[in-house]
Design a protein. Structure first.
Length: 166
C-alpha cells in the first residue's frame, strides 16, 4: 500500500473538485436545510473558486492518496503571520488510520517553514471527534462564534476558533 501527499495544482482540478464535494457531503451533508448543500458546495468547491484558490500564492491544497486513489484533502491559507487550516477532510471509512495526522503534521511543518507564529482553525462545536483530534496537537479553544451562513441548520451553527501558538 503506497500513501502519497502532494500539493494540488490547477492540473489536479478534475480530481480535487469531486473529492472535495464528496468528502464534504459525507461529513456535513445533513447539516443543511433544503438547497443549502448544493449552494455551499458550488460556492466553496465550484470551478471558479477552486481555480482562484489553486492559483493563489496564499492558498495551498494538498491531496492524500492511497495507491493513487484520493482519500483526504487539506486547504491551508496564509494570513499574515498566521496560517489557517481552512479544510481537513478524510473519507469516513478511512478515519482512525493516521491520514488526518499526516495532513496535520504537514500543515504544522509548512507553518514552521514559513515562519508563522500561530496556526488556527474553525470547527463546529458539535464535531467532538475533530475537536479531540485538534486538541491532541495542542490546539486550544480561543473563542466561540456563531456560523453566519444561509441554509445551515440553526441548531448546528455553534463554532469554536482553535489556535496553536508555534
Amino acid at each position: 500500500m503506497s500513501t502519497r501527499i502532494h500539493a494540488a495544482t490547477l492540473d489536479d482540478l478534475p480530481v480535487l473538485q469531486p473529492l472535495c464535494i464528496s468528502l464534504y457531503t459525507l461529513s456535513f451533508g445533513d447539516h443543511w436545510n433544503e438547497g443549502g448543500l448544493a449552494w455551499y458546495t458550488e460556492l466553496v468547491y465550484g470551478t471558479e473558486q477552486l481555480t482562484k484558490d489553486l492559483t493563489s500564492h496564499k492558498v495551498n491544497y494538498f491531496m492524500l492518496s492511497i495507491d493513487d486513489v484520493p482519500h483526504a484533502f487539506m486547504k491551508l491559507k496564509q494570513r499574515g503571520e498566521n496560517m489557517e487550516i481552512q479544510k481537513l477532510y478524510v473519507r469516513p471509512d478511512q478515519k482512525g488510520k493516521g491520514l488526518g495526522k499526516r495532513l496535520m503534521n504537514l500543515a504544522l511543518s509548512k507553518a514552521s517553514e514559513l515562519g508563522k507564529k500561530m496556526v488556527w482553525l474553525e470547527v463546529l462545536d458539535t464535531n467532538y471527534d475533530a475537536i479531540g483530534f485538534y486538541e491532541q496537537f495542542g490546539f486550544k479553544t480561543a473563542r466561540k462564534i456563531r456560523l453566519d451562513i444561509p441554509y445551515f441548520k440553526d441548531e448546528l451553527r455553534g463554532m469554536l476558533i482553535m489556535e496553536l501558538v508555534l
